[in-house]
Design a protein around this ligand. Structure first.
Ligand code: DX5
Ligand code: ZN
Length: 214
């Protein structure tokens, strides 16, 4: 399991330090970009994410909860180890979002809300590197894990077949449920409040990893 701590639950006044705190234990840094349209919340955008490059060597896992990924994805500075994930429900057509992200040279991720049928992403599975399964309604950290996500992860694993696609899961993951999520087929675990909601984020991140083997 690879951990992708979500900075959404970090102290926004100390983002560089918060990113550094998980450097030795995380494999990615998860950025929740929100536009106030696709989800009823606003966070940060390309200038903030790009500025943090100087403070973290980790690959960036950029989760776009925005209606116009085609317009905004090109504003992120990315490399081949990074991933930009857009939502299949966004206003921009998925084919165009995939092309726009692919052009940047990073990995392409697709995500879907908990109630969106998995079938909606089948047409794009040959074109993406990563699927982000939402286990809460996107928009806010600290929500409760939706157990229906477990069956979706298993079904997704079947749908993916022999394709080389990473399954990431995002929302409500903690030391109590992380093992079940990984057993269902998640390879990347996104966690916000379970890491940055704790006084020692690095220790909390290590506990999440340990909980998978408990
Ligand atoms: C929610 C975000 C998540 C969020 C997860 O819209 O996509 O990445 O930060 O936070 P927790 O782990 O607290 O549910
Ligand atoms: Zn996210």
């Amino acid at each position: 399991m690879k951990l992708s701590p979500s900075l959404l639950s970090a102290d926004f006044g100390r983002l560089a330090e918060e990113a550094k705190a998980v450097e030795g234990v995380a494999k990615f840094l998860h950025f929740d970009v929100m536009d106030g349209h696709f989800v009823p919340n606003l966070t940060f955008g390309p200038p903030v994410v790009n500025a943090l490059r100087r403070y973290s060597p980790l690959p960036f896992d950029i989760h776009l909860m925005i209606d116009r990924p085609v317009l905004y994805a090109p504003r992120f500075q990315v490399d081949l180890q990074d991933v930009i994930t857009f939502h299949v429900e966004a206003e921009d057509p998925p084919e165009r979002a995939i092309a726009a992200i692919r052009k940047l040279g990073c990995r392409v991720g697709i995500s879907l809300r908990p109630k969106t049928p998995l079938e909606s992403i089948i047409p794009y599975l040959d074109e993406v590197d990563w699927v982000l399964v939402m286990s809460v309604e996107p928009g806010f950290g600290g929500q409760k894990f939706m157990p229906e996500a477990l069956d979706r992860i298993r079904q997704l694993r079947e749908l993916i077949g022999s394709r080389s696609i990473t399954i990431a899961v995002d929302g409500g993951i903690n030391t109590e449920n992380v093992r079940t999520v990984v057993e269902a087929g998640a390879e990347v675990i996104v966690a916000g409040s379970a890491i940055y909601g704790k006084p020692d984020p690095a220790a909390a991140a290590r506990e999440l990893i340990a909980a998978c083997h408990a």
